[in-house]
Design a protein around this ligand. Structure first.
Ligand SMILES: NC(=O)c1ccc[n+]([C@@H]2O[C@H](COP(=O)([O-])OP(=O)(O)OC[C@H]3O[C@@H](n4cnc5c(N)ncnc54)[C@H](O)[C@@H]3O)[C@@H](O)[C@H]2O)c1
Length: 484
C-alpha cells in the first residue's frame, strides 16, 4: 500500500505501533480502494503520549519564543518543499482534487506554522503601575499539554492551525486526527522533528471517538481544541468542563449568502460556487442558504447552471479535475437522504442530484430552488454539494431570515452598494463575514463561529490568547500593614 505509514502513531519523536488496537482502514474516495491500514491507540499508547507530552512541556516552555518560532518556521519550509508529495497524500486521504490540495491545504498549514512562528517571540505581558510605587506585571504562561482533535475535510490544515499557536506559546500537543483521514498529521510530526522540535512536543495518536474522549477526560490535559460537528462538540465541551479545561470549538454551520439585485453577476456566481462546491461541498463555512433577490434570480440561475456545466468531475489526481468525490460511501448516503428530503418537502431540484455510476463516492453538484426557510435542507448542515436557493425581496426581510438559524459560523453578502454591504455585515450573527467574496480564511484574520458553531477563534493573534493563561504578579515597594 503506497501510503502506508511506518506505524500508526508518532510519539516522543518516533513512530509507535499498537497492533492490538482496533483497525482503521483508510480508503481512497475516488476508487474505494484501501490505501493504508492503521490501528487505533490502546490505553497504553494514549498513556505513552500523555507522558511524553508532559515530560517535553517544561523544556519547550522554557525556551524563548524566538527559539520556538525558529522551529515552527523551519517546519513551514519543510512542508512547502514537500508540497506536491504531501498534497498527493492529502488527495488520496480526502478525495479532494490535487488542484485544490496543492494550493489550499499543505500551504495553508505552512502559513500557520510561519505566522505563529513569527509571533512566538512577541509574546509579552504588561507593566501596570499601582499606588505609591507598587506595581504589577503580567506574563502569558503556556497552558501545558493541549489536545487537538481533527475533522476529515482539511486534515493537515486543521493539525497545523492547532499545533502552530499551541507550540508557539510553549505548550505541547497530542493531536488525534479524524479516523477517516489519519495520514497527513504524521507527516507534520515528522516535519516538526526534522525542524528541531524536541521529542514529545507534538505527538499524533490515532483512534475513533473513544480515544478522543479518553484524552479529553485526562486530568493532565489543560486544553482541548476540537474541529468537528455540533453533536461531538457538545460531548467534548461537557467532558472538558469536568476538569474546567480551556476549549476551542470549531463546529458546523448553515451559513447564509445574500445576493442583491445590484450585485456583480459573475462575482456572486463565483461566490456561490466557492461557497457550495469547493471540496465537493464539505466545508464548514459553506454558504449553503443562497438568498437571491427576485430581480436577479433568473440571470443568477442561468449563469450558475452554465458554469456548473463546465465543472470537471473525475479522478482527483488529474490536474484538470476540479470536482472530486465525497469522503465516503456513508457521506454519500447522508447527502442523498437530504436530497430526498428536499424533494419530499417540495423543493425543486434544478441541477444534479444523482450519484455517479462506477467506483468511488461521487455525487453531482446539486441545486434546489423554491426552498423555504422551514425546509430541512435549509435548516440542517448537509456537508455535501447541495445548494439551496431562497428568494427574497427586501434587505430587512433577508437579514432576519439569514440570522434565523442556530448556527453562526459564516455569512456573506454580494452587492455593489458598499454602505448596504457594511450595514448587512454588521447585522449578521456570525463569526466570519464576507463582502463580495466567500470562504477565504487567511491565517492573519480570526476564524470561528458564534451560537452553536463554536467557541473561541483560530488563526490571527487572537489564537495566542486561547493557548496561554495570563499570570499577574503584584509587587509591593512599601511597608505592609495588617489590621491586627
Ligand atoms: N468550524 C470549523 O472550523 C470546521 C472546520 C472543518 C469541519 N468542521 C465541521 O466538522 C464536521 C465534519 O467533520 P467530522 O464528521 O469529522 O466531525 P465529527 O464530529 O464526527 O468528528 C470530529 C472528530 O471528533 C472525534 N470524536 C468523535 N466523538 C468524540 C468524543 N466523544 N470525544 C472526543 N472526540 C470525539 C472524531 O473521532 C473526529 O476526530 C462538520 O460538522 C463540519 O462543519 C468545522
Amino acid at each position: 500500500m503506497k501510503f502506508q505509514p511506518m506505524a500508526s502513531h508518532f510519539i516522543d519523536g518516533k513512530y509507535v505501533e499498537s497492533a492490538g488496537g482496533e483497525e482503521i482502514d483508510v480508503f481512497y474516495p475516488a476508487t474505494g480502494e484501501i490505501i493504508a491500514r492503521l490501528h487505533a491507540a490502546t490505553p497504553a499508547v494514549v498513556e505513552q503520549a500523555l507522558q511524553s507530552a508532559m515530560n517535553a512541556q517544561k523544556g519547550w516552555g522554557a525556551m524563548t519564543g524566538t527559539e520556538r518560532g525558529r522551529v515552527l518556521r523551519r517546519a513551514a519550509d519543510i512542508l512547502r518543499a514537500r508540497n506536491y508529495e504531501l498534497s498527493e497524500l492529502e488527495t488520496h486521504d480526502t478525495g479532494k482534487p490535487i488542484q485544490e490540495t496543492l494550493v489550499a491545504d499543505v500551504s495553508a498549514g505552512a502559513d500557520a506554522l510561519e505566522y505563529f512562528g513569527g509571533l512566538a517571540g512577541s509574546l509579552t505581558g504588561e507593566y501596570i503601575p499601582l499606588s505609591n510605587g507598587d506595581f504589577a506585571f503580567t506574563t502569558p504562561e503556556p497552558l501545558g499539554v493541549c489536545v487537538g482533535i481533527g475533522a476529515w475535510n482539511y486534515p493537515i490544515q486543521i493539525a497545523c492551525s492547532k499545533a502552530a499557536p499551541a507550540l508557539a506559546c510553549g505548550n505541547t500537543m497530542i493531536f488525534k486526527p479524524s479516523e477517516t483521514t489519519p495520514l497527513s498529521a504524521l507527516k507534520l510530526a515528522e516535519a516538526l522533528m526534522e525542524a528541531g522540535a524536541p521529542s514529545g512536543v507534538f505527538n499524533v495518536v490515532q483512534g475513533y471517538g473513544d480515544v478522543g474522549a479518553a484524552l479529553v477526560l485526562d486530568q493532565r490535559v489543560a486544553k482541548v481544541s476540537l474541529t468537528g460537528s455540533v453533536p461531538t462538540g457538545r460531548k467534548v465541551y461537557a467532558a472538558a468542563a469536568q476538569g474546567m479545561k480551556h476549549v476551542t470549538m470549531e463546529l458546523g454551520g448553515k451559513s447564509p449568502l445574500i445576493v442583491f439585485d445590484d450585485a456583480d453577476l459573475e462575482k456572486s456566481v463565483s461566490g456561490a460556487i466557492l461557497g457550495n462546491f469547493f471540496s465537493s461541498g464539505q466545508v464548514c463555512s459553506n454558504g449553503t442558504r443562497v438568498f437571491v433577490q427576485r430581480g436577479i434570480k433568473t440571470a443568477f440561475l442561468e449563469r450558475l447552471f452554465s458554469r456548473l456545466a463546465s465543472a470537471k468531475i473525475g479522478d482527483p489526481m488529474d490536474p484538470d479535475v476540479n470536482f472530486g468525490p465525497l469522503i465516503s460511501g456513508r457521506q454519500v448516503e447522508i447527502v442523498k437522504a437530504y436530497i430526498a428530503k428536499g424533494l419530499a418537502e417540495g423543493a425543486r431540484l434544478v441541477y444534479g442530484g444523482s450519484q455517479l455510476d462506477g467506483p468511488g463516492f461521487y455525487l453531482q453538484p446539486t441545486v434546489f430552488t423554491d426552498v423555504t426557510d422551514e425546509m430541512t435542507i435549509a435548516l440542517e448542515e448537509i456537508f455535501g454539494p447541495v445548494m439551496s436557493v431562497l428568494e427574497f425581496e427586501t434587505e430587512e426581510e433577508v437579514v432576519v431570515r439569514a440570522n434565523a438559524t442556530e448556527f453562526g459560523l459564516a455569512a456573506g453578502v454580494f452587492t455593489k452598494d458598499l454602505v448596504r454591504a457594511h450595514r448587512v455585515a454588521k447585522d449578521f450573527e456570525a463569526g466570519t463575514c464576507y463582502i463580495n467574496t466567500y470562504n477565504v480564511s487567511p491565517v492573519e484574520a480570526p476564524f470561528g463561529g458564534s451560537k452553536l458553531s463554536g467557541v473561541g477563534r483560530e488563526n490571527s493573534k487572537l489564537a495566542l490568547h486561547h493557548y496561554t493563561e495570563m499570570k499577574t504578579v503584584y509587587v509591593s515597594m512599601n511597608e505592609l500593614r495588617a489590621p491586627y
